[in-house]
Design a protein around this ligand. Structure first.
Ligand SMILES: [Fe+2]
Length: 160
């Protein structure tokens, strides 16, 4: 790795791996969510995530390199934690709360990653690519906000 361009490519590959792993994990999270809205949120984000993965493929094609060949170990760890949690015996409400917590960790991780590549893309003069990556970043923020609302809804229900 010799310059920012190499680092940019490395970060894109990392995100590509992260999105690919998430596509496999989200159906399991949706299946285990009890609350209908939470289930729907996971299903919607699965569709969004597939689109985000496509976007990364397009970007890498434009930059003439393959997005494959790296494993995002951080995402692997986050998903493993979520899977371990699902093995725990827990009441529906607690399970949903835990799923929200795990999903928000994932979103925050992705927000950090996309924030970085948007900056690098701008710095390297790839303004169209920066726009595409910004679109994904906005979606990740939205997904996180939705999870926030669901977590708050849970809290309100409990208060009642
Ligand atoms: Fe994503």
């Amino acid at each position: 790795m010799k310059d920012l361009n190499d680092l940019f490519k490395h970060q894109l590959k990392d995100l590509y791996s992260a999105e690919s792993q998430l596509i496999k994990a989200l159906p399991k999270m949706a299946k285990n969510a009890h609350d209908g809205k939470l289930k729907k949120a996971f299903e919607n984000h699965l569709e969004e995530t597939k689109e985000q993965k496509n976007r990364l493929e397009e970007i890498c094609k434009e930059l003439d390199f393959s997005p494959k060949g790296e494993t995002c170990k951080a995402m692997k760890g986050l998903i493993e934690e979520a899977e371990d949690f699902l093995k725990e015996d827990a009441p529906e409400e607690v399970r949903d709360a835990g799923l929200i917590a795990d999903a928000q960790r994932v979103e925050h991780y992705e927000i950090a990653g996309y924030g970085t590549v948007v900056r690098y893309a701008k710095e390297l003069g790839h303004s169209k690519i920066a726009e595409k990556l910004q679109k994904t970043l906005d979606e990740e923020y939205d997904a996180d906000n939705k999870l926030d609302k669901l977590a708050e809804g849970r809290l309100n229900k409990k208060a009642v």
